[in-house]
Design a protein around this ligand. Sequence first.
Ligand SMILES: Cc1cc2nc3c(=O)[nH]c(=O)nc-3n(C[C@H](O)[C@H](O)[C@H](O)COP(=O)(O)OP(=O)(O)OC[C@H]3O[C@@H](n4cnc5c(N)ncnc54)[C@H](O)[C@@H]3O)c2cc1C
Length: 472
Amino acid sequence: MSPTEHSTGHRVVIVGSGFGGLTAAQTLGKAGVDVTLIARTSHHLFQPMLYQVATGIIAEGEIAPTTRLVLKKYKSVKVELGEVEKIDLERKVIVSRLLERVTETPYDSLILAAGAGQSYFGNDHFAEYAPGLKTIDDALELRGRILGAFEQAELSDDPAEREKLLTFVVIGAGATGVEMAGQIAELAHKTLKGAFNNIDPTKSRIILMDGASAVLPPYGEKLGKKAAAELERAGVEIQLNAMVVDLDYDGVVVKDKDGSTRRIESQCKVWSAGVAASPLGKQLAEQTDVEIDRAGRVLVSEDLSIPGHPNVFAVGDMAFVKGVPGVAQGAIQGGRYAAQCVIDSINGQTPDQRKPFSYWDKGSLATVARYGAVAKIPIPKTNKTLEFSGFLAWLGWLLVHLVFLVGFRNRLAALASWTLSFVTYSRSQLTVTEQQVYARDAINRVDRFADGSDSSDSAEKSETSSSKDQAS
Ligand SMILES: Cc1cc2nc3c(=O)[nH]c(=O)nc-3n(C[C@H](O)[C@H](O)[C@H](O)COP(=O)(O)OP(=O)(O)OC[C@H]3O[C@@H](n4cnc5c(N)ncnc54)[C@H](O)[C@@H]3O)c2cc1C
C-alpha cells in the first residue's frame, strides 16, 4: 500500500505509546491505515533517559513528547487516552477506561505494546520505600526523595540520623542502577558540594548493590569490571552477592553470600532490580493457549502473533522472543514488523506467507559517570562484538540518545541541558514540589478508601507514615 492511499476499512488498535506502539502507529499511519492508539499516558516516554530526570539534569518534557502531536501528521491515526482493562479476543474489542468513562473499541488487527512495570519479586510492599524508575511520576518522586534527604540531613543534629539520610542505596546493578548510582554520586560530590551549611554532601554514601556477582551482567565480565572501577572512582560503593531481603522506611536488610544478614540504615532507596511484563499478557493467556513466562511475557509465535490469532500481535517488553532483549530496539523493530504484517495482510498476504521476525542487534550502551560509558556492539556478519569503554563510549551514548529522542526541540533542549551539566556540573532541573513527593501515597490512600479496604486502623497507619514523611 502506498502512503497516499486512504482508509482501508481495516481497523487496527494499538495499545501503548512507548517505543513499540509509537513505531507501529507511525508505520501504519504512513500507509494510511485506520489506527486507534490507546495508552494510559498522553505522552511517549523515552525511558532510557528517565534517570536524568530523577537526578535533575533534564526536564520531564524533554523526554516525553505528547503522543497526539507526534502523530498529528498521520490523518488515519487516532490517539485515545485510557487504561486498557480488558482484551476481548472473542468479540474483538478492547475495553479502556478514562476516569469513569468506559470505551469499547473494536478491532480487526490488534498490536499490544503495553511494556513492563517494576517487579519486586513478590514483595510489593517494598515499592512504598524504594520506588522503581519506570514512569515520569517515578522519576519526579525519586528526585524529591533524593534532594529531600539532603535537606532533612541539613536540619538534623543527630549524627546517626544524618548518616542514615546521607546514605543512598540503589538496588540492582543493571544499566538503570548503574546510571542512577553514578548520577546520585555526581550530584552529591560535585553539584551540591558547598551548598549546605551544616552538612557536607561529599561525605554521602552511595551504595549500589546486587544479589549477582557482577555489575552490568549482560555486558560481560570485562566491561562490568570497567564500569565498577569507573563507579568507584565517582564515589559509589559497590556491594555484590548482596541480596535485599527486607526493606522499610529507615533502611534495608541484606543477606550476604555466606548467609549472614546485616542492616543498612538509609532513608532513600531506589529499586532497579526487576521487571514484570504488563498484566495484559496474562489476559491473553487466559483466553488462548499462549503461555507466559515467569516475568509475565507472552511467548509469541515467530511472526510475533498470538498462536491461533494471526491478527493479534504482542511486541516489545511484554513479549518474549528468543534472542531479543528487553530494550528499545527490540520494541521498535517488533512494532515496525507487526505493523508491516498488518499492511501486508490488508494487501492480501496470508499469515503463512509471513517471514519470521528477525532482530538486528545494534548493540548496547550504558553511561556510568561523566565522560564514562560502556559499549558492546556486534560486528556484522561475525559472531564477534566490539567492546569499549570510556570517553568514546560516552560520546556514542550521547549521539545515539540524541538521534532517538523524539522531536527536534527535545533534542536541542537535551543537548543544552547536557552541555550545562557536563561542563559545569550544575543542573537546571532540581525543582521539587510537595505533590511530586507525596501524591502517590495520597492517591493510594484515596483508592483504599474508595474500595473500602482502608480500615480506620490502616488509615491511621498511613497517616502516621505520611506525617513522618512530612515531618522528617
Ligand atoms: C529506566 C530505564 C532505562 C532504560 N534504558 C534503556 C537503554 O539505555 N537502552 C535501551 O535500549 N533500552 C532501555 N530501557 C528499556 C526500554 O525503555 C524498553 O525496552 C522499551 O521502552 C520497551 O518498549 P515498549 O513499547 O515495549 O514498552 P514501553 O516503552 O514501556 O511502553 C508501554 C506503553 O504501554 C502503555 N500501557 C501500559 N499498560 C497499559 C494499559 N493497561 N492501558 C493502556 N496503556 C498501557 C504505557 O503507558 C506505555 O505507553 C530502559 C528502561 C527503563 C525503565
